[in-house]
Ligand binder design. Structure first.
Ligand SMILES: O=C(CO)COP(=O)(O)O
Ligand SMILES: O=C[C@H](O)COP(=O)(O)O
Ligand SMILES: [Zn+2]
Ligand SMILES: [Zn+2]
Length: 284
């Protein structure tokens, strides 16, 4: 099946009350694991690439790997740019074949973020490429942020309302207490804020930094309107644990296939588990 837009997947998710997993890829085995998991669970899936992933693998490799993967399965697959930070980068990805992009203007003022998002929407909307924006700042768990600063980074529901009114954006990444990377303690999510944002925007909400968040908290966030859940770190952990195990058991191993094969199997398992938590299994 050819690539579909994220909006297409989130519309159904919104109607039926589940979320679609958005899994980060960097290489062939990760792409293969994500589609194999989605196919096994009969689930729609979003494969996303960060700017770091594109720098590592190459833009054409990412697009061709994901298009090939999508063509080998029966479930719908979207290819999404994760945290696009410049207009130029976003346009490059759209030209190359991405079916969806994120423009992350969260480091700018509200007005500048609205203007940048609208500039991207003007190009993307007429050609059916969906756009995700970000409001509030989703940091890294390594950022060592104190509680008072943490609140200031959270998405303001009124700003979210204005943002949606002035852009017509169809999915929005918000900051409610998650962060990228492995958590040191248990993340505390601000569900009241999520409720308020959903009530004032009524569009699919995107949760970043979802690796390491309790399954029950993810389910609760989905019940309150999250429709796209981003997972990267959990895949990295599954990959490296499996690879380390191979070398522990056989320090002399030199065949990359004997390392990457088990790593791919471990990634399939974690992606399948997440898909079931998000409730998108059987929804393809
Ligand atoms: O939000 C993410 C990608 O945009 C992924 O976050 P994690 O690495 O914490 O899963
Ligand atoms: O948003 C962060 C993702 O986990 C991507 O991370 P990365 O920039 O290291 O590829
Ligand atoms: Zn951001
Ligand atoms: Zn993210």
């Amino acid at each position: 099946m050819s690539l579909v837009s994220v909006d297409y997947l989130l519309e159904k998710a919104e109607k039926e009350g589940y979320a679609v997993g958005a899994f980060n890829c960097n290489n062939m085995e990760i792409v293969q694991a994500i589609v194999a998991a989605a196919e096994a669970e009969k689930s729609p899936v979003i494969i996303q690439a960060s700017q770091g992933a594109i720098k590592y693998a190459g833009l054409e490799y990412i697009v061709n790997l994901v298009e090939t993967a999508a063509n080998t399965v029966s479930v719908p697959v979207a290819l999404h740019l994760d945290h696009g930070t410049s207009f130029e980068q976003v346009i490059k990805c759209i030209r190359q074949g991405f079916s969806s992009v994120m423009i992350d203007g969260s480091q700018y003022s509200l007005e500048e973020n609205i203007a940048l998002t609208n500039k991207v929407l003007e190009i993307a909307r007429p050609i059916g490429v969906s756009v995700e924006a970000e409001l509030g700042k989703i940091g890294g768990t390594e950022d060592d942020i104190v509680v008072s600063e943490r609140d200031a980074m959270f998405t303001d529901p009124k700003d979210a309302q204005r943002f949606v009114e002035e852009t017509g954006i169809t999915s929005l990444a918000i900051a409610i207490g998650t962060a990228h990377g492995p958590y040191k303690g248990k993340p505390e999510l601000d569900f009241e804020r999520l409720k308020a944002i959903k009530a004032l925007t009524n569009i699919p909400i995107v949760l970043h930094g979802s690796s390491g968040v309790d399954d029950d908290d993810i389910r609760k966030a989905i019940s309150l309107g999250v429709r796209k859940v981003n997972i990267d770190t959990n895949i990295r952990q599954a990959f490296t644990k499996a690879a380390k195990d191979v070398f522990t058991n056989n320090p002399e191993e030199i065949d990359p296939r004997k390392v990457l094969g088990p790593a791919r199997d471990a990634m399939i398992e974690i992606v399948r588990e997440k898909i079931r938590v998000f409730g998108s299994n059987g929804k393809a």
